[in-house]
Design a protein around this ligand. Structure first.
Ligand SMILES: NC(=O)c1ccc[n+]([C@@H]2O[C@H](COP(=O)([O-])OP(=O)(O)OC[C@H]3O[C@@H](n4cnc5c(N)ncnc54)[C@H](O)[C@@H]3O)[C@@H](O)[C@H]2O)c1
Length: 471
């Protein structure tokens, strides 16, 4: 297929659209934040004229985000940010509305990057705004422009199969149109980023002065990372492990690597189901938090013989190494909930001589070592909650995605005036996002009076906390 053809959409099965639509309608009820934003801005269309590219898991919840952006006036194109995370009925329903979506569950890496490219190519140019999750769409744009300006990265040898695929794609684009990325970056005016790992990439680019446009760190809105990362994973980790293996978690020992926002949710989830939980941490503050929450804290090397289930949640690389897997119990389950698949050394596992892989079902593999013991690897080491289940529930994604929409509106209105840097949304908006989700849960807020507000140094309508407050 020619990358530059004008294929309107690419999904697994357009006939799944009706089923997808029914689930989208159900999700809308559970996403009060997004629906309130539609009611508030649907008429004024604040995103009118904005070309938006999304690179974010193509799930039912994301369909509600996409349709909110469209209702606010945007011209949207979408790809998933993971080869296993698309819900095919969601993609089909979005495509049936005439929105160009390029995503299906089980893409190859080459297909994945081509889908990202198709989502970025708005006719002859690119998007004004990017909704990114993990930074892949932004990476393609930045590397593309560097190549057109003479950088030789595309001609260097690669550390991974994926890096090689990205370089090949960029060279293919250059053959067709050697000014493509210049045009894309001329119109680009902002990026909003969903997750911890993508945000880390943005801050690095800002430090190295390679970031091209202003970016909004959506992850660090309180109503995103302290909710989605924690309470979302508290539900979707167990969902992923259960759908993949049906294993009984009560009584088992679960090793969670990383006790940040995601790790905290994962640990609570496993403990709630009756598991003994061991935490690995490198940060003394998080290690102390884990200890005081009652978890055992020790390095992975000391947890290998005990662990029945291992979960990486660090956003770091090489957390579970081949040497670790070789020492695990027979039928230990290994999975990752961090953004990228380099937390578990799957490529070293696959390359090890004498290791046999048996596919139990899609996204569940049993690897048998030469000594006879086997371990399960879920979703090939990619995020287990989206690879083996359907990601977080709608309600918590409504909080995350309300922040995304507000970030996109901010970048469309002010992106051109802002200095190139990474911003977070103001606390007042964070409080507004939370407020939009209270009624659905029957929450009634107490109200400050003037004297009380004066006494604690805030106003009666908020913001209720100073900027340095940590929730
Ligand atoms: N699957 C999902 O639905 C989902 C949702 C949100 C975030 N994420 C991703 O999950 C990952 C973690 O996100 P987070 O918000 O919890 O990040 P975080 O920074 O809050 O937590 C990561 C923790 O891992 C620890 N860590 C780093 N290296 C380690 C090592 N070698 N051994 C042990 N611990 C180590 C850090 O000290 C930190 O406390 C990121 O990749 C993020 O993008 C996934």
């Amino acid at each position: 297929m020619n990358l530059f053809d004008n294929t309107p959409f690419l999904v697994a099965d357009p006939d799944l659209a009706d089923w997808g639509r029914k689930e989208i309608v159900i999700a809308e009820k559970e996403m009060p934040g997004l629906m309130a934003i539609r009611r508030k801005y649907g008429d004024s269309k604040p995103l009118k004229g904005a070309r938006i590219t999304g690179s974010l898991h193509m799930t039912i919840q994301t369909a509600v985000l996409i349709e909110t952006l469209v209702e606010l006036g945007a011209d949207v194109r979408w790809a998933s940010c993971n080869i296993f995370s698309t819900q095919d009925h969601a993609a089909a329903a979005v495509a049936a509305r005439g929105i160009p979506v390029f995503a299906w569950k089980g893409e190859s890496l080459t297909e994945y990057w081509e889908c990202t490219f198709r989502a970025l190519k708005h006719r002859e140019s690119g998007p004004h705004l990017i909704v990114d999750d993990g930074g892949d769409a932004s990476l393609l744009v930045h590397k593309g422009l560097e190549m057109e300006k003479g950088d030789k990265w595309v001609d260097t040898s690669s550390d991974s199969e994926e890096e090689d695929i990205i370089k090949k794609l960029l060279k293919k684009v250059r053959m067709e149109d050697d000014h493509f990325w210049r045009r894309v970056t001329e119109s680009l005016q902002g990026i909003s980023e969903e997750t911890t790992t993508g945000v880390n990439r943005l801050y690095r680019m800002a430090r190295e002065k390679t970031l091209l446009v202003p970016a909004i760190n959506v992850n660090d809105s309180v109503t995103k990372s302290k909710f989605d990362n924690k309470y979302g994973c508290r539900e979707s980790l167990a969902d992923g492990i259960k759908r993949a293996t049906d294993v009984m978690i009560a009584g088992k020992t679960v090793v969670i690597c990383g006790f940040g926002d995601v790790g905290k949710g994962c640990a609570e989830s496993m403990r709630g189901l009756g598991a003994k939980v061991i935490i690995n941490e490198i940060d003394p503050i998080c290690a102390l938090q884990a200890a005081m929450a009652g978890y055992v804290v020790k390095p992975i090397e000391d947890s290998l013989k005990e662990g029945d289930i291992f979960v990486t949640a660090t956003g770091n690389r090489d957390i579970i190494r081949l040497e670790h897997m070789m020492k695990m119990k027979d039928h230990a389950i290994c999975c990752n909930i961090g953004h990228f698949d380099n937390e578990i050394q799957i490529s070293r596992l696959k390359a090890m001589e004498g290791v046999e892989r048996t596919e139990v079902k899609p996204q569940v593999d049993l690897y048998t070592f030469p000594d006879g013991h086997s371990i399960f690897i879920l979703a090939e080491g990619r995020l287990v909650n989206l690879g083996c289940a359907t990601g977080h529930p709608s309600f918590v994604m409504s909080c995350s995605f309300s922040n995304q929409v507000l970030a996109q509106m901010d970048l469309w209105e002010r992106g051109k005036e802002r200095d190139v840097s990474v911003y977070t949304l103001p606390r007042k908006l964070d409080e507004e996002v939370a407020a939009l989700h209270l009624e659905h849960l029957g929450v009634k807020l107490s109200k400050l009076n003037e004297e009380q507000a004066e006494y604690i140094g805030v106003t009666v309508d908020g913001p209720f906390k100073p900027g340095h407050y940590r929730y």
